[in-house]
Design a protein around this ligand. Structure first.
Ligand code: SF4
Ligand code: SF4
Length: 145
């Protein structure tokens, strides 16, 4: 009796495609807004450090390599990164992006460190950086109504 009740369900699934994939031989495409691992476009970084300030995992360091040459080094500690993409949202020049990689295991946490050494970019930020009040917060000129 019990088997008979189960039979229609069993037959229905016999002719359906499997719901799973044969990983790791077959891999799924991730969605467009998938939050993989953050990476830097160094040519767009103005070293405002908004990403360092806002990262909830303290996974980003920016070191000064040479003050005179305006050379800096960004290190992203992917062993600490929680893939929240807050750094991407905070960056005023779109210098950070999340990739689509999800196979990021390594034998050592040090292998998960990503580094870029670069010269500070001179480009206009699309949003105000830390310490810059937004345009709407600017008090009106005296006498203006
Ligand atoms: S994705 Fe989140 S946790 Fe990872 S570096 Fe960016 S802000 Fe930090
Ligand atoms: S927020 Fe963007 S521009 Fe600012 S330091 Fe980070 S990556 Fe560079």
């Amino acid at each position: 009796m019990r088997i008979a009740a189960f039979l229609p369900e069993l037959l229905r699934h016999l002719f359906k495609k499997p719901a799973t994939v044969d990983y790791p031989f077959q891999k799924l495409e991730v969605p467009k807004d998938f939050r993989g691992t953050p990476f830097l476009h160094p040519e767009k970084c103005i070293v405002c450090r908004a990403c360092v300030r806002d990262c909830p995992a303290e996974a980003i360091d920016i070191l000064t390599v040479n003050e005179a040459d305006k050379t800096f080094k960004m290190i992203i500690h992917n062993d600490r990164c929680i893939h929240c993409a807050q750094c991407v949202d905070s960056c005023p020049t779109d210098a950070l992006e999340m990739d689509a990689l999800y196979e990021t295991s390594a034998f050592s946490r040090w292998d998960l460190k990503a580094e870029w050494e670069f010269v500070k970019a001179v480009i206009k930020p699309k949003t105000p950086t830390a310490g810059t009040p937004p345009a709407s917060a600017t008090p009106p000129a005296e006498g203006a109504s």
